[in-house]
Ligand binder design. Sequence first.
Ligand code: PMP
Length: 405
Amino acid sequence: MFDVQKVREDFPILQQEIYGKPFVYFDNGATTQKPRVVLDTITRLYEIENSNIHRGVHHLSTVTTENYEEARKIIARYFHVENEKEIVYTHGTTDSINLVAFSFGEKFIHEGDEIILTEMEHHANIVPWQMLCERKKAHIKVWKMDDTGCLKLDDLVNLITEKTKLIGVTQVSNVLGTVNPVKEITQIAHKHEVPILIDGAQGAQHVPTDLSGIDCDFYAFSGHKIYGPTGIGVLYAKTKWLEEMPPYQGGGDMILSVTFDHTEYLEAPFKFEAGTTNYIGAIGLGAAIQYLRNIGLKEVFEYEDQLLAYATEKVKEIPGLRIYGEAPRKVSILSFLIDGINAYDTGLILDKLGVAVRTGHHCAQPVADHFGIAGTVRASFSFYNTFEEVDHFVAGLHRVVEMFQ
Ligand code: PMP
């Protein structure tokens, strides 16, 4: 049985008070808190084991290299990836997408080509493609969503042409919470022989993700959003692409041999991991994913669904509150506005009550534009949040309404 009180003991940061009030952290979409095992892993690494990987013959370098590669296997297993060499360490989702835009884009996208992106993408899955399109004179086509925050598969079929060279879609919208049918989208892409990149920044930590079943070409996520350290992330890419794509950055650790005339690169994933990587972060990420598996993915995801359903019902009691994002399949992200009350003011008052939410456009301005608003208040829940915390948050919203209306 999932025991939230027991789980909360694993997260030291949740034990504190803010302004003398119990700390309620509902900003998990921005970053998640770290369990003790991740903190202990990082401390142990710096205190006892720290040594640069891959090029040492001495004991600590060997141990750290083994741990780094073991973390790659843990990550591969979590995402049902058979060949861990398809897991490339990056700095995060943004870095992973830039890697694909620069490397895949440089080689495979040319003047007049088209890239399809959904209207609900985070800026991280828009701007790198715009930069590529400027360099290559290619174009972005936008796959629009409806007012509930859903995409229609037929619309995608109508957008694909023989010039389409890539489809980019978020697994989960960071504003609306929509879970997109990435497997079906991938099937459509592949029927038209178009590769697909999935932004998993908000999906990896909330929905079971079987990358071999989905069969996508690229998948990006960030360690810090899945209870791991900041500054580490992953790009999953199919071997056939990793073999064909040129390196994104050059330097140490990605080469087989160097002369001033010519450099031979290592095979993937190392070809894409130039310089000293964030190996401490990678091992910390492995610990985070192992922790998540140990408490039980099914239990965690079911509990988060219950929290979302409860919070959704409760906030509907607030007069004048509108929810943005009403897809049938959502993760625990709740965006809303209260009539006549600025999102920022709502966030500030909640903060004074010890409740951390995020306000603004959430780095997905086209979503705000779709609804003709500047932004929303976003409460995003994790499995360590409680129903009592939701009650406290809703009571805070009633206070906001009393003060402003
Ligand atoms: N994509 C989505 C859907 C996100 O929510 C985020 C983070 N808010 C990103 C990409 C970027 O992640 P990072 O800043 O960790 O690179």
